[in-house]
Structure formats: C-alpha cells, structure tokens
Write a protein that binds this ligand. Structure first.
Ligand SMILES: Cc1cc2nc3c(=O)[nH]c(=O)nc-3n(C[C@H](O)[C@H](O)[C@H](O)COP(=O)(O)OP(=O)(O)OC[C@H]3O[C@@H](n4cnc5c(N)ncnc54)[C@H](O)[C@@H]3O)c2cc1C
Length: 516
C-alpha cells in the first residue's frame, strides 16, 4: 500500500484520512447518534467537518454499550402522525432496503399509545454510518479523547485531544459538543445542571441473547396475558388504549414483533425473587433486535440497573459496572430457568460499557420544559418535533419503566407505573417542537450542543435516540451556516429561516398537517 501524505491508497480507493496539518471549520466532539447526525448534516452544507470520537466505533450508546432495545421508537405520535424523519428516516430506509431493519411497526395498540417501533440492527447501523461519513466527506479522528476546549475570551477556538499522538490542539471555527455527558461544554465553561445522586435515574449494562423458542414463549404469553404490562401503552390515550385492548393483543399474538417488547412475568419474577433467582432492582423483560433473514434476538436493557450514581463520578461508575455484571448473571439465571422458551437460549453479547441514562444538561438560550411538552409547543425557531412524554423516568424497582420523578410513585390506576402529577404527555396526542435555542449555551460563543445534553428541564430531557439525531442534525446545519455567513450560533438565532429550509430539504419534519 503506497502512502501519499495523509491520503492512503487502500484497497477501497483514495480516502482522506485527515491529519493535524489540515484545517477544519467545524469540529464535533463525540461520535454517538447526535455526533454522527451532526457530522453528516454539517458536511452537506459544504463545511469541512472533523468528527472526534473517544473510541474506534461510531454510534455511542446505539452501538458501544449494548445496542438499545427500541432503536428507533416514537417516530409517530399517538394520532399516528409521523413527526421524526431526516437522518433517522434516511438510516432506517437504507437499512430496511438491505434487510437490516424492520418496517415501522404500528399495530393499533402501539400506534394509539404513541409508542411505535422502527427497529434497526445496531451492528449494521454502525457499518452504514461509517459509509455515510465517507459519502459525505466527513473526516474522522477516532480513538481520541477531547480533554479541553481552547478559547479566546468567550469564543471557543478549538479543542485539545489526547490520543496515540500525545496531546494535540485542533483549531475550529465552531465546536459542537455531542459527548452525551456535556464534557466539552464543561471544558468550555458552559453552565450545566446535573440531577442529584439521590434521585438520578439508574444506569445499566445491556445484553442480547439468541436461541429463544419464540413459539413457546408466545404460547405462555397467550395463556397468561395478565402477567404482562399494559400501563405504558394506555397512559397517552387511556380512553382508546384500554387494559382490555392490550390484553386481547397478548391473548392472540402469533408474532413477537407485534409486541415489540415483553415486560412483566410478574408471578415468575416473584417466585424467583423469593428463591434468590432475581434481584429487586428492576422488572423482568426484554426488547427485540432484528437480524438478517428475519431472525429476532432478545435484547435486555433493564435487567441490570444501579442507581444513586453520577456519571460525573468515576467511583460511582465503577460501582455500577461491578454491580450491573452481578445483576446480569442473576437475571440470566431467571430467564433460563423460569421463562418458557429460554431453555436453550444463550447470551450473544454483553455491552462493554455502561449505558448512562441521565447526565448533565447545558443551560441554553431556551430551556425546554414540561409545559412545552404538555402544550405541544411550537416555536419560530423549531428544528424538529417529538412526542415522547415529559417526566418518564426509570427506577430501580419492579416497575422499572416510566416512573416519574419519584422512585416511590404508586398510582393504582396505572399499575404503579405513572405518577400523573409529574407526568406530562402531549395534551392532544400530538407532538411538541424543539427550538434551536436549546442547542446554544449561554455565554460561550462559537459553540453548539446536541444530543442528550441539550438545554431542557429534567422532565423534558431529550435523551432518546431519535431526539438526539434530530438535535444533532440541526446543530450540524446550524454550524455549517455559521461558517458560511461568518456569524456565531447565537447570531443565527435572529433568523432561523435558512436553517429550517435546509433541514426541510434534508428531510426533517418541522410541522404537522394540522398545524395552523
Ligand atoms: C439502558 C439504556 C437503554 C436505552 N434504550 C434506549 C432505547 O431503547 N431507545 C432510545 O431511543 N434510547 C434509549 N436510550 C437512550 C439513548 O441510547 C441515549 O440517550 C443516546 O444514545 C445518547 O446519544 P448521544 O449522542 O447524546 O450520546 P452518546 O450515545 O453517549 O454518544 C456520546 C459519544 O461521545 C463520545 N465521547 C464522550 N466523551 C468524549 C470525549 N471527551 N472525547 C471524544 N469523544 C467522547 C462517546 O464515546 C460516545 O461515542 C437508552 C439509554 C440507556 C442508558
């Protein structure tokens, strides 16, 4: 293989492998779902983009730490309107065409519950994303940790990375923080907020299993519908999605994909708890992961949960890592020994990293809040939509899912899974907009934030994959426009017409048919 400066002639043609002597206009810190969406969208505006990632992998929590159980979910609101597209839809469509995604799954009980699934195979998602980086001319710097942000007064001027080359400074006109935990924002001196250790949502290590006898499991579900959850689906549209409706689905289901997730096993879990074969830190259940040829794997992302741990404290993270692995061993014993269909199943992958649910959020020029979600807010500078309810938090108890701001919430009507006073769903089963200003941190210039650390209150936290890609895509386009017009991200707030036009041209959804 001949070497031509930084352009290596490889088996795959000439590829720009970057180099510290080149100039990049936009530097993106972190290659998770938000970072890759930002990079693709920014490069499409014509800007020279460098994406810096701590590991050798792209996708962040989507691919690194045990793939998520519902990638993607919630792309349709409870009225059945599609409110999320752009790079989310583009990646889904590409993978679906290749047989690495399931179609948008919208059975009645899930559609009306605002809880649809559009499953992608995370392994192939990652391969596809690497291709998209190349197609769009994004330069990658992998295995490199951003350790500082350089500044001139209040303006970010670049980043400092540590990697195999040592410590290197990389200048940039605009820096985007997509690290998930707001690391770069903290280096830049942005104001951030963190939830207290007392109430922060638990963190998990995910694992995936193959070899499940789905027919046998389905027979158990058909015969024991009361053993499974229904409340999450009912909470957005309780008049239509009743317990009876969900139970009828469990009774008749002949295809596990129709369910999307299987949570409950209440009596089995109780017996196992008494026998020491389950731990008290979560409910029992799993999600699905599509594989080639129509094969389905079971994906477990709540079976280990450790709370009272701050992502900003390495000792807390160490404890989580140790305890999650102990819980996985216990949880798997339960599934193998108690759950019909799992007798010959086997674990295919355990995430190498913790998945962190709740972390720091920046304080931006707008703080998206619970009332915005409840009222289906619209903003002139809206850069995308979402329908995920506010205040849906995890807890380390048997309810596991969607307990709201209160680990002891126990609302009988909703099977204990919702505390209505703290829970805000869109009031008309619609969607709410996300304003551009949540990406712009106060006080620091030439700096944008995307992904789960954008500016929201705790309840309106935008941490779901599709939301991180919506904010990522918008931050990428915004950074490209700032470079093009030589303005700061804050100056762009004055007129976001061009930003919105480009997002629309990139397939984003900014309004719904019934918007005035
Ligand atoms: C257990 C669990 C299950 C979940 N399940 C789902 C689900 O089913 N569906 C769903 O939609 N969402 C789910 N989520 C939420 C979702 O997966 C994450 O919130 C989302 O992936 C975050 O995306 P992000 O781009 O903001 O950050 P991340 O995915 O965390 O990406 C951050 C990236 O930045 C890199 N990085 C960090 N620091 C640095 C640095 N200093 N220098 C360079 N690179 C750095 C990291 O290596 C990583 O690649 C789940 C979360 C958890 C914890």
């Amino acid at each position: 293989m001949a070497k031509l400066g930084n352009n290596m002639v490889s088996l795959y043609g000439v590829y720009d492998y970057g180099g510290y002597d080149k100039e990049y206009e936009v530097v993106i810190c972190g290659g998770g779902t938000s970072g890759v969406a930002a990079a693709i969208a920014c490069a499409r505006t014509g800007a020279k983009v460098l994406l810096i990632e701590r590991t050798g992998q792209l996708g962040g929590q989507m691919s690194l730490s045990g793939p998520p159980g519902f990638a993607y979910a919630h792309c349709f609101n409870a009225k059945g309107q599609k409110d999320t597209a752009g790079i989310v839809e583009e990646t889904h469509a590409r993978l679906y065409k290749q047989g690495h995604a399931l179609p948008h799954l919208r059975p009645k009980h899930r559609l009306l519950g605002g809880y649809t699934f559009s499953y992608v195979d995370p392994e192939w998602w990652t391969l596809e994303i690497f291709d998209m980086m190349e197609e769009n001319g994004v330069t990658l710097l992998l295995d490199s940790l951003v350790v500082d942000v350089t500044k001139d007064g209040d303006k970010a001027t670049g980043v400092v990375v540590e990697n195999a080359n040592g410590r290197v400074t990389i200048p940039a006109k605009i820096v985007i923080d997509c690290t998930g935990e707001a690391y770069a924002s903290k280096f830049a001196g942005c104001e951030t907020v963190e939830t207290d250790r007392d109430i922060i949502q638990p963190h998990s290590i995910c694992f995936t299993a193959d070899g499940v006898d789905w027919d046998k499991l389905l027979r158990y579900i058909n015969n024991n519908p009361e053993q499974f959850t229904w409340d999450q689906l009912a909470c957005l549209n309780p008049d239509v999605v009743t317990k009876d409706l969900v139970m009828a689905v469990y009774k008749k289901c002949i295809d596990i994909k129709e369910l999307g997730e299987v949570m409950g096993f209440f009596d089995l879990r109780q017996v196992a708890l008494e026998n020491g074969d389950w731990h008290p830190n979560s409910g029992a259940g799993f999600f699905l992961q599509p594989k080639e040829g129509g094969r389905i794997l079971a994906h477990f992302q709540h079976s280990s949960q450790v709370d009272h741990a701050l992502p900003s404290d390495a000792w807390d993270l160490t404890r989580c890592n140790i305890e999650c692995r102990k819980q996985i061993r216990i949880a798997w014993r339960f599934f193998k020994n108690y759950v019909p269909g799992f007798e010959n199943a086997y674990i295919t992958r355990i995430g190498s990293e913790l998945r962190l649910r709740e972390g720091a959020r920046i304080v931006g020029d707008y703080v998206l809040n619970m009332e915005d979600v409840r009222n289906e807010a619209r903003f002139e500078d809206g850069i995308g939509l979402s329908n995920f309810p506010a205040g849906a938090h995890h807890s380390t108890n048997e309810k596991t899912l969607a307990v709201v701001n209160d680990h002891d919430a126990d609302d009988e009507e909703y099977g204990g899974a919702q505390n209505q006073s703290e829970f805000a769903a869109c009031k008309n089963q619609g969607s709410y907009a996300i304003p551009y200003r949540v990406l712009v941190p106060k006080k620091v210039e030439n700096f944008l934030v995307a992904g789960k650390c954008v500016s929201t209150d705790r309840s309106a936290y935008l941490r779901y994959l599709q939301q991180t890609m919506v904010t990522g895509q918008a931050a990428g386009v915004a950074a490209g426009l700032c470079v093009k017009h030589n303005i700061t991200p804050r100056e762009l707030e004055k007129d976001t017409t061009e930003l919105r036009e480009i997002l629309l041209s990139q397939g984003a959804i900014l309004s719904l048919p019934d918007d005035k």
